[in-house]
Design a protein around this ligand. Structure first.
Ligand code: S3P
Length: 171
């Protein structure tokens, strides 16, 4: 069956990649990770893109990719954590499929990202205060972009995916 796309959005460390990998299997859909596809096409890591081309250039790549994916079907699209910040992207996402917002508390996020240095925005900022502040700044953007929200703190990926599937089916 050709399904409508499912877009996963949310802050860094809310489990988008982990959830995407399981949903893909459970729903027999294909998976696209926007960060990974941008890295592959650019031939460099996200950190290098930020350092050499700047954040704005990376955000433009995200918007372009999203527009390209909009017309596809049967995809789980795991979006980079900043994808929902541009209103333009939020509008494209709504057309592209059902938008699922994964949430987590700053403490949970810190635990999940503390040993990973691949995210330029968190370099030197791995503390609850920084994460909490950035989360607060972004909260209204994620909320506005989302069709449904699913909390991920202290839950198994199986449980989270079960809730996502239920909520997406109800939409
Ligand atoms: C970003 C999140 C990252 C990546 C980039 C910027 C953000 O993706 O796109 O480092 O602004 O929140 P993940 O959410 O997959 O870590």
């Amino acid at each position: 069956m050709e399904r409508k796309n499912i877009l996963l959005i949310g802050f860094m460390g809310t489990g988008k990649s982990t959830v995407s990998a399981r949903l893909k299997k459970e729903l027999d859909m294909k998976e696209v990770d926007t960060d990974m596809l941008i890295e592959k096409r650019q031939g460099m890591t996200i950190s290098d893109i930020f350092a050499k081309k700047g954040e704005e250039a990376f955000r433009n790549m995200e918007t372009e990719l999203l527009k390209e994916l909009k017309s596809e079907r049967n995809l789980i699209i795991s979006c980079g954590g900043g994808m929902a910040l541009r209103d333009e992207n939020a509008a494209v996402m709504k057309e592209a499929g059902t938008v699922v917002w994964l949430t987590a508390e700053p403490e949970t996020i810190l635990e999940r990202v503390k040993h990973d240095d691949s995210r330029p925005l968190l370099r030197g900022n791995k503390n609850v205060e920084f994460i909490g502040n950035l989360l607060e700044q972004r909260y209204s953007k994620y909320k506005a972009a989302a069709d449904v929200a699913v909390a991920t703190d202290c839950r198994t990926v199986k449980d989270i995916c079960g809730e996502i599937i239920r909520k997406v089916c109800e939409k």
